[in-house]
Design a protein around this ligand. Structure first.
Ligand SMILES: NC(=O)c1ccc[n+]([C@@H]2O[C@H](COP(=O)([O-])OP(=O)(O)OC[C@H]3O[C@@H](n4cnc5c(N)ncnc54)[C@H](O)[C@@H]3O)[C@@H](O)[C@H]2O)c1
Length: 249
């Protein structure tokens, strides 16, 4: 993939997909600034000098700016941004008709405005490099309704797609690409509800044409491809990694 020596800023890096993406980037020879509100996962100890872990809140613009500056100073620039962090608040994020408006604001801030923070602080470093690539994580949930709605999450994830397309056009002349991964249901800490309810996981898998839920490796493989030069003619689009869920009749 020619990722040797590249520098990536990865959010949600303490979670399921973000950790796996960081791990795979490091295995390919990249350096990674891992950002998450959670403490450094034990597994990151093995990443050595190729990793800097910052525990911080993406809704804090200053914290993101400081972390981007750290990545550039420690590793000599930033080539890639993976906006992986997200929050799905079962039980609190509900119908817009009933939702606590503070919850609405917080969910939008974590899932969408955080990407404004990371983009505005990472793009200047990409411009200095003369190139860059970004991958932002949306969700199949944003393209259909749900009898158990999570309206703030759904609207934020739709916003991610619109935001990415706008960035793709704004930044094409800077040789900076912007794409979205649209995951379907995926086994990760976000779906910890499946741990105590394997029947729910099995029912979800049954609804997916390929007959299983996603794994974090599926998302990491797609993300590394879109970041890499193998995707050098791909910008402003979405890659569905959902086992065929949205193609179902
Ligand atoms: N797992 C799924 O089924 C699924 C399906 C569709 C889309 N997605 C999306 O994929 C992405 C990755 O999800 P995942 O399954 O790895 O979830 P995860 O819960 O394992 O990881 C998400 C990470 O984001 C971090 N985070 C949340 N708020 C933050 C904040 N304010 N500042 C910094 N970090 C913060 C969390 O601490 C967590 O480590 C998310 O954007 C999610 O919405 C997941």
């Amino acid at each position: 993939m020619s990722l040797e020596g590249k520098v990536a800023f990865v959010t949600g890096a303490g979670g399921g997909m973000g950790f796996k993406i960081s791990q795979d980037l490091i295995a390919e020879g990249a350096n990674v600034l891992m950002f998450d509100i959670k403490p450094k996962p034990e597994g990151a100890a093995a990443f050595g000098d190729q990793c800097r872990y910052v525990q911080g809140d993406l809704t804090d613009d200053n914290a993101v700016e400081t972390a981007a500056a750290l990545a550039a100073a420690e590793f000599g620039g930033i080539d890639y941004l993976a906006n992986v962090a997200g929050a799905l608040w079962f039980g609190k994020d509900e119908s817009a008709l009933d939702i606590d408006l503070d919850i609405w604001e917080q969910v939008m801030a974590i899932n969408l405005k955080s990407m404004v923070h990371t983009s505005r602080h990472v793009v200047p470093h990409m411009r200095k490099q003369g190139a860059g690539a970004m991958v932002h994580f949306s969700s199949t949930q944003c393209l259909r309704g749900d009898s158990a709605p999570q309206d703030a999450y759904q609207a934020a994830k739709a916003g991610v797609i619109a935001f990415s397309k706008s960035l793709a056009i704004q930044l094409a002349s800077d040789n900076i690409r912007s794409n979205v991964i649209v995951p379907g249901p995926c086994a990760s800490p976000m779906q910890e509800r499946w741990t105590d309810n394997p029947a729910s996981k099995a029912a979800t898998a049954d609804a997916i044409p390929l007959g299983r839920v996603g794994e974090v490796d599926d998302m990491a493989n797609a993300c590394l491809f879109l970041l890499s030069d193998k995707a050098s003619f791909i910008t402003g689009t979405e890659l569905f990694v959902d086992g065929g869920l949205l193609a179902r009749p």
